[in-house]
Write a protein that binds this ligand. Structure first.
Ligand SMILES: [Zn+2]
Length: 199
């Protein structure tokens, strides 16, 4: 059986069908064997392991796993039958997550900053004025805007923020990490949970 398939990603929903995590096919199968999860397909049909093995004979997504004891299609998504907790909403504060929150876009001029070397962190209220390094006071800023702004507040510099900086929600990072176009099969679940950005 293909080792790669077992390490492929599976979307995990809680019992209310809210996306809570990403796991591997291997771990998803362990959940199915233990009975702690069921497979859920994009048309919202759910299957126990036995049902899924049966359905796998007809549902071929090109990811068939064969072993002496088991032959089944790698699921795209599972839901945890007894798990009702919500996704973790707190996101660790660091550079990478900050840039993700700001969609790799300068929060002053609105330009996409593709080159990591051109991404800087701007303190909206400068550190020299007591501005803290917290989600609500830092934004991604391109080098050019950072130079222009200098040690001033946006008002003093005559610059305007695209949006008020806020702590990111776990869900929005979820989508940045796992762009939806790569996972058509996940879309119904993420749409349902209201996780897709409005556009
Ligand atoms: Zn800029």
């Amino acid at each position: 059986m293909g080792k790669d398939i077992l390490q492929d990603k599976v979307l995990v929903l809680n019992k209310h069908y809210q996306a809570v995590q990403i796991t591997t096919v291997l771990r998803a199968i362990c959940h199915l064997v233990k009975g702690t999860a069921k497979v859920i397909t994009p048309d919202w049909t759910t299957h126990t392991l036995e049902e899924w093995i049966e359905a796998s004979r007809f549902y071929d997504n090109g990811r068939l796993i064969r072993s002496p004891s088991l032959s089944l299609v790698a699921p795209e998504a599972i839901y945890l039958v007894n798990y009702d907790r919500l996704p973790r909403l707190e996101v660790v504060f660091n550079r990478a997550n900050l840039f993700m929150r700001d969609h790799y876009t300068c929060q002053y001029c609105g330009k996409s900053v593709r080159n990591p070397k051109d991404r800087t962190i701007d303190h909206v209220i400068p550190r020299s004025r007591g501005g803290k390094t917290v989600w609500t006071n830092v934004v991604l800023c391109c080098r050019k805007c950072n130079l222009k702004k200098g040690d001033r507040t946006p008002e003093e510099a005559g610059m305007k923020l695209l949006k008020k900086p806020e702590p990111p929600r776990w869900q929005s990072l979820f989508l940045e990490k796992f762009p939806e176009e790569k996972r058509e099969a996940w879309k119904p679940f993420l749409d349902f949970a209201g996780l897709y950005p409005e556009s």
